[in-house]
Design a protein around this ligand. Structure first.
Ligand SMILES: [Zn+2]
Ligand SMILES: [Zn+2]
Length: 167
């Protein structure tokens, strides 16, 4: 979603323009905009700045209204809140590489198998969701932690990471 949301205001009220709320059959059943003030071509000023998410736009609208001493449009706020809730519920796009399965050492998943070298590149996620990588020896079960996934080729080439065999 590359929607850009902007804030507009007239003499008394701050509105949120560019929302994408199209929840049919609900109370947010608007064809173009949730706010009749925005569809009417009344004179409005456009505030500086564009917002990529409804949550951002809502926060900006609150502070704009406060700084200008204006009210927030209830229709716009309700629509922005509904859209912000949908943004939170939307699944996070997964960009991480799919694991091939479990690695030979418990607690690690197999990211790359290196059968000729008798080792694996493993990955595990900590409680914060951060990925950790390691070279895993399939013979001895040595787990050699990598600072970065991109280090694995160099570490294998250099050797000496596994104290139990020729790795
Ligand atoms: Zn409005
Ligand atoms: Zn080894």
């Amino acid at each position: 979603m590359d929607a850009t949301i902007s804030l507009k205001y007239n003499s008394a009220t701050v509105h949120i323009d560019g929302l994408e709320v199209r929840t049919e059959g609900s109370e947010f059943n608007y064809s173009l905009t949730p706010c009749s003030a925005l569809t009417r071509s009344t004179r409005m000023c456009t505030a500086k700045g564009q917002h990529a998410t409804a949550a951002d736009a809502l926060a900006a609208a609150v502070s704009l209204a406060r700084s200008l001493g204006k009210k927030l449009c209830k229709n716009c706020v309700a629509a922005a809140e509904a859209q912000a809730a949908a943004e939170v519920a939307a699944p996070v796009v997964k960009t991480t590489r799919q694991a091939l399965g479990p690695a030979s050492v418990t607690g690690w998943e197999l990211l790359y198998d290196k059968p000729k070298q008798g080792c694996e590149v493993g990955r595990r996620f900590d409680a914060q969701g951060k990925a950790h990588y390691a070279l895993i020896c399939k013979t001895s079960g040595t787990v050699h932690r990598l600072a970065r996934l991109s280090d694995e080729g160099q570490v294998r080439k250099t050797g000496g990471w596994c104290p139990d065999c020729q790795h």
